[in-house]
Design a binder for this molecule. Structure first.
Ligand code: ADP
Ligand code: MG
Length: 412
């Protein structure tokens, strides 16, 4: 009996290990389908190699993949498993076919109801609740079974207890493995993203540095030239114009590439109120020409060390994107709310613009990612690197056509 149990456990490891070895590093949309397919294979193997118990009925772990897929994937993904399970069970035949059908239907209908909440839990919560659900489900099954089919005696209850602990324990182990894999994937993505940030910002720093020097030299000589007495007033006008344009070029280099370098002279310790007010006022005319109303509220007393220029640039980029998203809808409302929560400064920027799909949200923050005709794709990149520098996090919620909310949390 113990050997069959181990065999069942091995079957359960099959999808986990296969996924880990072959598919983990490829982010394809058909990954889910492969996982469902592998789970179906596991389930069939479990049905084919059940544990024969002394008192007549058989026991296996087929409901573990079923429940886990139902929790992670919801109705859409568990339905194929349900079909495979029942076809296979009918082919095996014998007693309990009908009760298996009724039971699997109940699991199919009930467990995915919890899926949405389940996915939002953290890793620990998911492990515990998956084990609890497996325990409860099989508990209900065995209790029903004891009422309608089997004679209840001491032996039955001992077996029930064993079955329940096995289910809960094995679900727990499988869930720990799954969560570990998920955490690894996430970590790797985070490292890759920050690696990309480093490379690009280093590049940007060196380029802006390289450009700034010749600009300074040119403007120096032009200023000297301007003082020359042999220049006609017309020529002086040309030099003035050149100087003006040079100034503008310097500004652009400063504005767009300044984020690459920490500028110690602009580091301050404050509650961001001045920066938010300032950037809100800067964006105001732009917003009103596009019929965007700005609602602003500020309730924060916490302070933080940050680079003033960088944070200003970051807010401007966020607000500008929000207005641009609403421009295409002919106007809207830009909500800017700041408050504090347990030593965190929370900044919310909400627009009623065109919104984004999940895939678009996933691309946010990658340098040069833009969906606009004349977009640079540097705005959000800069926002992410500025927030990363103050050790904050950004949460994006968006619905296509409805609007977008950026929730920025900065530890004070
Ligand atoms: P750019 O604005 O130059 O396109 P950004 O880095 O600022 O570059 O933004 C990248 C992309 O992210 C935009 O092209 C847009 O598709 C998307 N985006 C950013 N903010 C929003 C928003 N508030 N609403 C909808 N889409 C947005
Ligand atoms: Mg932008």
């Amino acid at each position: 009996m113990f050997e069959t149990l181990l065999l069942n456990f091995l079957f359960l490891l099959l999808p986990v290990v296969t996924f880990l070895i072959f598919f983990e590093h490829k982010a394809h949309s058909y990954n889910r389908k492969i996982l469902v397919l592998l789970s179906a294979v596991t389930m069939s193997l479990c049905i084919a190699k059940p544990i024969q118990l002394d008192i007549g009925f058989i026991f296996d772990l087929r409901y573990i993949p079923f429940i886990i897929v139902a929790l992670f994937g919801g109705y859409k993904h568990v339905l194929p498993l349900y079909i495979v399970l029942n076809i296979h069970r009918f082919m095996v035949g014998g007693d309990g076919t009908i009760s298996s059908l009724i039971f699997s239907t109940a699991v199919l209908l009930l467990v995915p109801l919890y899926s949405r909440r389940f996915i939002q839990l953290n890793a620990k919560g998911r492990i515990i609740s998956a084990a609890a659900i497996a325990f409860l489900t099989i508990g209900c099954y065995l209790i029903t079974l004891s009422i309608i089919e089997v004679e209840v005696d001491r032996e039955f209850w001992i077996l029930t207890m064993n079955a329940l602990t096995t289910y809960a324990g094995v679900t727990c182990v499988i869930m720990i493995l799954i969560e570990r894999i998920l955490a690894n994937i996430k970590n790797r993505e985070r490292i890759m993203q920050s690696e990309r940030l480093n490379v690009v910002s280093e590049l940007a720093a060196s380029v802006s540095h390289e450009i700034k020097n010749p600009l300074t030299v040119i403007s120096g000589f032009l200023q000297l030239l301007n003082k020359s007495k042999s220049l006609s007033s017309e020529e002086k006008g040309y030099v003035d114009l050149s100087l003006q344009e040079l100034n503008r070029a310097e500004k652009i280099v400063n504005d767009y590439l300044s984020f690459a370098k920490p500028q110690s002279e602009t580091m301050i310790y404050s509650n961001m109120s001045a920066e938010l007010e300032y950037t809100k006022n800067i964006i105001m005319p732009y917003a009103s020409t596009h019929k965007v109303e700005i609602h602003f509220s500020f309730n924060n007393t916490l302070s933080k060390d940050y680079d003033r220029n960088e944070i200003q640039q970051c807010f401007i980029n966020l607000f500008k994107n929000a207005v641009e998203a609403m421009k295409e809808k002919g106007g809207g409302i830009l909500d800017i709310e700041v408050w504090e929560n347990k030593q965190n400064i929370i900044i919310l920027v909400r627009d009623t613009g065109i919104g984004m799909t999940k895939d678009e949200i996933a691309c946010l923050g990658q340098p040069y990612y833009s969906t606009k005709k004349e977009g640079t794709g540097l705005g959000m990149f800069m926002v992410y690197s500025a927030i990363q520098k103050v050790k904050g996090s950004i949460d994006v919620q968006s619905e296509k056509g409805k609007g977008t909310t950026f929730l920025i949390t900065i530890p004070a």
